[in-house]
Design a protein around this ligand. Structure first.
Ligand SMILES: Nc1ncnc2c1ncn2[C@@H]1O[C@H](COP(=O)(O)OP(=O)(O)O)[C@@H](O)[C@H]1O
Ligand SMILES: Nc1ccn([C@@H]2O[C@H](COP(=O)(O)OP(=O)(O)O)[C@@H](O)[C@H]2O)c(=O)n1
Length: 261
């Protein structure tokens, strides 16, 4: 069973990608970035998460013009990090409802491959059962497909990157960095309690696999968290409390970006 990726087009959020490499897979992104740079050269607003050389965000009229022209607009990407059961998916649902993001759960995409019995299905199943990380190339391709097929330009990428290898593969294949990163910080005991009562029939929600996932999280996800903290992109959220209390810490992160328009 998996959480459904949801799509919504409301709201006026916009920002820019930081293009890093020229992958032929991603002409679409380059078209977007090129058009963005040329069409927004007269705009005076600025993005809080762009580098100083990035172009300013598009106005709503410019975005609409791009949609009319059939040219994809620049995407706004949020990575959602946290240990197993820290509440990432639950908070993503609230962000989708409130700020109109498209929710892409890396775990859901992988579980979908298992159910559809694709060529990667059995490898993914074995990896998930062992609490290990699926090779980045596979996960990034699945994410890329979602990014390309969505009309919404605001994305929450949940449960990714899980490792430095994931992070670097995303930058190389997609040619972009996230605009912002959320990290749900939750004590291990609480995560174990939540996962064991999640009741979604997941093959990895048992005590043995949870212990392995927690070890993998500490070893592989911490460096990613540190990386984004150093870049000033990380928003650390205390993930203990009610769902609504936690969302009140999340809300200002997105409200701040909304105000840019
Ligand atoms: N703040 C919270 N307090 C208690 N339980 C929560 C809270 N947030 C989420 N949960 C529950 O904990 C379990 C794990 O949450 P989930 O959002 O699936 O975590 P993750 O996506 O990080 O693995 C779910 O059963 C969910 O309903
Ligand atoms: N980027 C990712 C995300 C998930 N996964 C795999 O999918 C499993 C479940 O991830 P998830 O994000 O759905 O769930 P939680 O571990 O956060 O509860 C992980 O334990 C990994 O085995 C992965 O390999 N790479």
């Amino acid at each position: 069973m998996w959480r459904r990726a949801s799509t919504s087009t409301s709201s006026s959020l916009s920002s820019s990608f930081i293009i890093k490499s020229s992958s032929s897979l991603l002409n679409l992104f380059f078209i977007s970035q090129h058009h963005h740079a040329s069409s927004s050269s007269s705009s005076s607003s600025s993005s809080s998460s762009s580098s100083s050389s990035s172009p300013p965000p598009l106005t709503m009229m410019q975005q609409q013009q791009q949609v009319n022209d059939g040219i994809p607009i620049s995407r706004f990407i949020t990575f959602v990090l946290g240990g197993p059961g820290s509440g990432k998916g639950t908070q993503c649902t609230k962000i989708v409802e409130t700020f109109g993001f498209n929710h892409i759960s890396a775990g859901d995409l992988l579980r979908r491959e298992i159910v559809s019995d694709t060529k990667y299905g059995s490898m993914i199943l074995n990896t998930i059962k062992q609490g290990k990380i699926v090779p980045s190339e596979v996960t990034v391709k699945l994410i890329l497909r979602e990014l390309e097929s969505s009309h919404n330009h605001k994305f929450l990428i949940d449960g990714f990157p899980r490792s430095e290898e994931n992070r670097i593969a995303f930058e190389q294949i997609i040619g972009a960095e996230p605009n912002t990163v959320l990290f749900f910080d939750c004590p291990e005991e609480e995560m174990v309690k939540r996962v064991l009562s999640r009741n979604q029939g997941r093959v990895d929600d048992n005590i043995d696999t949870i212990k392995k996932r927690l070890k993998v999280f500490e070893a592989l996800n911490r460096p990613v968290i540190d990386h984004y903290a150093k870049k000033g992109k990380l928003h650390k959220i205390n993930a203990v409390g009610t769902v609504d209390e936690i969302f009140e810490q999340v809300r200002p992160v997105f409200a701040a970006f909304e105000q840019l328009n």
